[in-house]
Structure formats: C-alpha cells, structure tokens
Design a protein around this ligand. Structure first.
Ligand code: FMN
Length: 227
C-alpha cells in the first residue's frame, strides 16, 4: 500500500498545487515519480521530500517588498528595508520597490520598467505602508491602478504591514487596502501587522531595535513564507 501524502497529489493539470504556489508542480511530479518507483515508500521519506521541496521553493521564491511612501526621508522605507534584510537572512530572493524612488504617476516607459522588474516576476508581495490621514497613501493606489492587474497581482499572495507615529499602526489603511486586493483576486495573509509609534522603534542605523517588534516581524514573515 503506497503512502501518498496529500501535498503531492497525482494530477495531470498544471499548477495543481496552486495553494503552495505554481513552482510546486515540479515537486508534485518528482514525488509522483519516486512514489511510482516505490522509492522511499514511507511517511518519513515523504516528510523529507516535503522539507527539501519547501527549502528549494524558498530559495527560488521571489518576494517583492513594496515601501509605499514617496515622502522624503520616510520611516516606511526603513521598516521595508528591515523586511528585505530579514528575507535575505532567511535565504529568500527579494527586491525592494520603494515608491520614493520610482515614477508611478502614469503608465509610461519608466512605469513599464518598474512593472517588468518588480511586479510581474514577484511570486509574493510584502506591502509596508504608512498611515496617511487614517488610510494608506494615494501613491500606492496610483501605482496599483496604473499596473496590469492580471500579470502583476492576480492570484498572488500578499502580506501587509502598517506604519505610523500614532497609535493605530495603520490598522484602518490595511483594512481599506485588503478590500481592493481581494477585489483584484489576491490572497491576503491574515497576520496584518500594525507598527505604531515607529519613531520610537528605530535605532541610529534606522533598524528596528524593539525586541517585541523584531519578534512579531519574524513570526509574521515565517508564517508568510509557509503560506
Ligand atoms: C500626509 C500625512 C498624513 C498622516 N496621517 C497620519 C495619521 O492619520 N495617523 C498617524 O498615526 N500618523 C499619520 N501621519 C504620520 C505618519 O504615520 C508618520 O510620518 C510615519 O513615520 C509613517 O509615514 P512615513 O513613512 O511617511 O514616515 C501622517 C503623515 C503624513 C505625511
């Protein structure tokens, strides 16, 4: 009797393991070959295959971290940089798209370059966004509205973090954006992290120094990578 794990279901359909991401199809097929040839026909070997697949997936995964402020010397970018540094330490390929560096006002040649380099190739997104007047910034909405939704965002997974000097950590803005992202057929991770009083959490190198925040960010990213 073959012990066939649910995460490697036999299927002829491409992207059959959609919940684990399109790249799992390769591992799906590899596992089925091993199972058919009765190689490693026990639960422990399947667990080993699964761990190897997760590791390879994380190495090959590309996450775009979006810093959603175009204000000069904004704090959001510092927090977004911390997320990218963390991904690097975890061995995950990532790119940082900071909206204070690029042109997103109209869908011109410069915008198409941004889309091609940061949006289309991303498997997952982490959006770090400041609280501006009780919501997320207009520049983020403008960037989204100027992009090709199907190629850039549709069916991709996204993690949200709010940043504010006030107490709310942009909870309301994350709620507002979640509605739009779900309308765009995105999958929003439920652990949306509000980072409030951000001006008290950074050290002289603009890195997060507060142990509680460091722990919360690490847990959030770990959950998102396994999501
Ligand atoms: C236009 C604007 C509106 C803001 N509105 C709020 C707000 O509603 N609540 C709040 O806690 N902070 C608000 N802030 C302060 C930001 O939370 C603060 O600047 C924080 O560092 C995140 O924004 P930053 O990335 O631009 O630095 C606002 C800042 C700006 C520039």
């Amino acid at each position: 009797m073959l012990c066939q794990p649910v995460y490697f279901e036999v299927s002829d359909k491409p992207n059959s393991c959609r919940s684990l991401g399109p790249r799992y199809t390769v591992f799906d097929r590899l596992a089925n070959v091993l199972i058919r040839h009765k190689i490693g026909n026990n639960i422990y070997t399947h667990l080993l295959y699964y761990c190897i697949a997760i590791k390879i997936y994380q190495i090959r995964l590309m996450v775009t971290v979006i810093s959603a402020s175009n204000r000069e010397d904004n704090n959001t970018r510092k927090v977004a940089q911390s997320y990218q540094d963390l991904l690097t330490r975890k061995g995950v390929d990532s790119r940082l798209l900071s909206l204070d560096e690029v042109q997103v006002f109209e869908r011109n040649a410069a915008f198409l370059d941004v889309e091609k380099e940061y949006l289309v190739p991303a498997d997952k997104f982490i959006i770090v966004m400041p609280e501006y007047n009780g919501s997320y910034p207009g520049i983020l909405k403008l960037m989204i509205d100027n992009s090709d939704i199907n190629r850039s965002w549709k069916h991709k997974k996204v993690l949200l973090t709010g940043v504010s000097t006030g107490r709310a950590g942009n909870l309301r803005g994350m709620e507002h954006l979640t509605g739009s992202l779900m309308h765009m057929n995105m999958i929003v991770h439920p652990n949306r992290l509000p980072i409030s009083r951000v001006d008290t959490l950074l050290d002289e190198n603009d890195e997060i120094m507060d142990p509680g925040t460091i722990k919360a960010v690490d847990k959030q990213v770990e959950e998102f990578l396994a999501f």
